[in-house]
Design a binder for this molecule. Structure first.
Ligand code: ATP
Ligand code: MG
Length: 871
């Protein structure tokens, strides 16, 4: 069964069991501070489990793109070394929200595996939760009994909390689970050790394929469990592992999911897969990471220096490094694998097809720059190895290479070992730990549990239509971050816009009869709108008047509308390949990132600015549809973003020719924006450009600033024709400079002549030594002029210019031949002026801080030189 059929069979099976088939959520998570990437199928349903959002369907199934490279689930170090953990993988899942429970979950899993996929029953094992006294949860007898219908008792295994109690994170939904394991080993091995003893022992051929989680608790911040409002089912099956079993392979990488890529890597590197373990690991790493990187970029997460972007950058670098070290790639190669991946997976994941060009460009640029880093790092490492002179490389040095140059520790070790040197890993680990502590402390947050004041299922945003409302606090909690305590408040409904979709959240206040509390920011987290206050109201149950800061909101709304117009204008001026790659809109201004493959020229920018201002003058009114379906949105030609998670109902925002899907707040008509001015255009990564701009009053002020500058210039040049006047000044300046240069040359010439002719010989040497007050240019020219004129020259001049002493030495070659090194001399003599310097054997200079020592320094230099010359 090829992998596409395997996936389809799963979805068809659950569709027949009345499940709604939903699309995969983006792999990159926005609006959830506890999670950077989707790490399980259930993430996108977290709100429903927590009771923050209503369920849309009682039963759902899908395939979800997951990435396990950070946080609680991190498999990165295993990937490539083993054959069944990936960074990015597909998780097939089915869900029930308060509908069916353990019985159906187990029966259907069995039916699918044995009747549709026809897996060998004798090779299957199930685990059930043994219970936990600590948590007060009993042995899962129920699940055990259902399994007993299908499996002999010696194929049902009791598992502990680590394996059989699934938790999404430190807090949140959780529950006992029942895993299905499969034994792939050859018959003779099975005969030696029964599979039962191999389950959960980390054997690569006795592996977990499916986890059925019976989600019924919420883990609170103090560690205790609280029953969820409804009993739910959440299952996850590793798609690539399933394919391996169904295709009779022993490694995920031998399936049709990875083989095409591996063949291409083999062809590009000229190495064969399956011949050498190290090369095999490298090929697996690259084949795996290619998917993780490509899918993240398609989801809008580009490699970057911090947070999620940094995680992606590190995955990419890991792949480059394995290719470089074990497969001999010294030029970008991962970018060449994208095309094949897109052909293979683009059918199921159309975002790959749409973004192929960008993915290739971004990867190529990252590879190029990291390959350069690797080369630099290797040079540095050579230096460190030499310095260590066959003792150990210190952990500190290794850490600097790692931290500052992105040079991986295992590579440091490898190269060091090749040269017979060890690395002090213990010390390195210590340094790493210290750094981790530091960043953990910087980021540490203490979040208390929510305190419920009144129950709500949803907190609606009513701020499209009003900036004030009577509200009640539904729940609140205390958050301590870097020793600052704030309170997060959720209202029953709110006019405050929560930070999302690039628009900064509102500020304002809430007021009851007794008190007034400032709202310093508004965030959006897992569908909840969270208002941040420095203090908690004395009586949280009171009724409050909520008031949004209208000035800031209006400016942010105008900037948001301007952003849509910019998007439209860019697509008109540059072409429809332009796609939004991020934006930031607030009261102060706007920032818009977009895909485009060269610098936007000044003319193009001007054209964009003109078009936006024209649309502003045309005063297009806001037309919106808050309850559109995706089909309607597509029909309206609305611009949608990749990697954005849209609900079933979307909001269409239209201004004249611009139509976008958007949840932000907007001007009631484009005329409100007033004026639009671009501040800058720059590159933020390969193929992605950024425009920063301002509107309204800020744009007006920009014009004033420019006008003021022109007025100042007019006054300065006493001429209303500023440009012509300055042109003249520049011209004048050029000719004056030339004249000065000529005069200097003459002066130096005559000075050199006088010195050369009037200095008596000493021991056959023209010894020119004195202190002077020349500019540095004259000093240098003089030295070279003397060298031209004098037969045997020793020039030592102590020069004092603008209070700064310098020592200048010039020698003819016949003096150097006596064994004199001007560089060495200058270094020694410069100590007397508290300075340092250097140069060549015949010409050297040094600067210092002590003018009083200048004469002594000159004398010292003369003494050192003459000692060699006379000898
Ligand atoms: P394992 O113990 O093998 O790491 P897990 O307990 O971490 O698995 P779950 O969190 O229960 O796995 O995820 C559900 C299913 O997803 C697993 O049964 C497995 O088939 C699959 N899976 C988990 N992690 C990976 C991974 N890194 N790569 C591929 N498939 C995975
Ligand atoms: Mg795991």
């Amino acid at each position: 069964m090829d992998s596409n059929k395997v996936r389809q069979a799963f979805l068809d099976f659950f569709r027949d069991k009345q499940h709604e088939i939903v699309p995969s959520a983006p792999m990159v998570v926005k609006n959830d501070p506890t999670l950077m990437f989707t790490n399980a199928g259930m993430n996108q349903f977290k709100d429903i489990f927590l009771g923050n959002a209503p369920r849309k369907y009682p039963r759902v199934a899908d395939t979800q793109k997951c990435l396990r490279v950070s946080g609680k689930h991190n498999d990165l170090e295993e990937v490539g070394h083993d054959t069944y953990h990936h960074t990015m993988f597909e998780m097939l899942g089915n869900w029930s929200y308060g509908d069916y429970f353990k019985k159906e979950a187990i029966e259907w899993a069995w039916e699918l595996l044995t009747e549709v996929y026809k897996l060998d029953k004798s090779r299957m094992y199930a685990t059930v939760f043994e219970g936990s006294d600590e948590d007060g949860v009993a042995f899962d007898q129920e699940a055990y009994d259902y399994w007993k219908q299908f499996l002999p008792e010696d194929h049902i295994i009791r598992g502990n909390k680590k394996d059989n109690f699934w938790e999404m994170g430190e807090t949140g939904p959780c529950g006992p689970c029942s895993e299905i394991h499969f034994d792939l080993r050859d018959a003779d091995e099975v005969a030696k050790t029964p599979g039962r003893d191999m389950v959960n022992m980390g054997h690569p051929q006795v592996i977990e394929i499916w986890n059925l989680v019976f989600m019924q608790f919420n883990r609170k911040a103090n560690g205790s469990l609280e029953p969820l409002p409804a009993k739910n089912v959440d299952t996850g099956m590793g798609f690539e592992r399933l394919c391996m079993i169904l295709q009779g392979k022993k490694s995920n990488y031998d399936t049709d999911v990875f083989q095409p890529t591996i063949s291409r890597i083999a062809a590009l590197s000229g190495k064969e897969y399956g011949k050498d373990e190290k090369c095999d690991v490298a090929m697996r790493v690259i084949a795996d990471h290619l998917r993780a990187i490509s899918f993240s970029i398609a989801d809008g997460q580009l490699p970057a220096n911090a947070k999620a972007g940094y995680v992606i950058r590190r995955i990419l670098r890991r792949a480059v490094r394995y290719g470089y070290t074990y497969l001999g790639f010294t030029e970008p190669f991962i970018c060449k694998l994208v095309d094949g991946l897109v052909k293979q997976m683009g059918h199921q994941f159309p975002e790959l097809v749409a973004q192929q060009h960008l993915i290739e460009r971004v990867i190529e640029e990252e590879e190029t720059s990291f390959l350069r880093t690797l080369a630099t790092g290797i040079n540095l490492l050579d230096g460190v190895i030499k310095k260590s002179a066959n003792s150990k490389i210190s952990g500190k040095d290794a850490f600097v290479l790692y931290d500052t140059y992105g040079f991986p520790i295992d590579l440091t070790e490898l190269i060091a070992k090749e040269q017979g040197v060890e690395v002090d890993i213990e010390e390195f680990e210590k340094e790493l730990q210290v750094q981790k502590e530091r960043s953990r402390n910087a980021a540490s947050q203490d979040i208390d549990d929510w305190q419920e004041v009144m129950p709500i299922t949803e907190s609606t945003f009513i701020g499209y239509d009003t900036l004030t409302a009577d509200v009640r606090i539904a729940r609140y909690r205390r958050v301590k971050s870097k020793n600052i305590v704030t309170y997060q408040l959720v209202f029953d409904h709110t006019p405050f816009y929560g930070n999302s979709g690039g628009q900064i959240g509102d500020t304002g206040y809430i007021e009851s009869i007794n008190e007034k509390i400032d709202i310093i920011a508004t965030e959006k987290e897992n569908g909840l709108i969270i208002h941040i206050a420095k203090q908690l109201p004395e009586n949280p149950a009171a009724e409050f008047r909520a008031v949004v800061n209208a000035d800031a909101r209006t400016k942010a709304a105008n900037n948001h509308t301007a952003t849509h117009l910019v998007d439209y204008a860019l697509r008109t001026v540059l072409g429809t390949h332009v796609e939004q790659k991020g934006s930031m809109v607030g009261p102060v201004g706007l920032r818009f990132d977009f895909s485009h493959f060269q610098k936007v020229t000044a003319e193009e920018l001007r054209e964009v600015e003109r078009l936006v201002n024209k649309l502003i003058r045309e005063n297009h009114p806001l037309k919106e549809n808050r309850e559109a379906t995706m089909v309607e949105a597509e029909a309206a030609g609305a611009i949608m973003l990749f990697g954005e998670k849209y609900g079933d109902k979307v909001r269409i925002v239209n201004f004249g020719p611009s139509t976008e899907l958007c949840g932000g707040t907007h001007a009631s008509a484009t005329g409100n924006i007033g004026l639009f001015k671009i501040i800058s255009e720059s590159a933020i990564s390969a193929g992605v450009r950024r425009i920063e701009a301002v509107t309204g009053e800020a744009a007006e002020n920009m014009v004033y600033t420019a006008q003021d500058m022109i007025s100042s210039l007019e006054q300065l040049v006493h001429n209303p024709k500023v440009v012509q006047a300055i042109e003249k000044i520049v011209e004048n300046n050029d000719s004056l400079s030339r004249e000065i240069a000529d005069m200097r040359k003459e002066k130096v010439e005559s000075l050199a002549k006088t010195l050369a002719e009037n200095t008596p010989l000493r021991s056959g040497v023209t010894l020119i030594t004195h202190t002077a007050h020349h500019t540095p240019e004259v000093m240098k020219d003089l030295a070279f002029a003397l060298r031209q004129k004098v037969e045997r020259l020793v020039m030592v001049i102590g020069n004092l210019h603008e209070g700064k002493p310098t020592l200048n030495i010039m020698l003819t070659d016949n003096i150097v031949e006596c064994g004199v090194d001007a560089g060495a001399v200058v270094r020694e003599a410069a100590k007397l002026i508290n300075g340092g310097g250097g140069g060549q054997k015949h010409y050297a200079t040094a600067g210092g801080k002590n003018p009083d020592g200048l004469q002594a320094a000159v004398d010292k230099a003369v003494e050192l030189i003459m000692a060699k010359v006379i000898k």
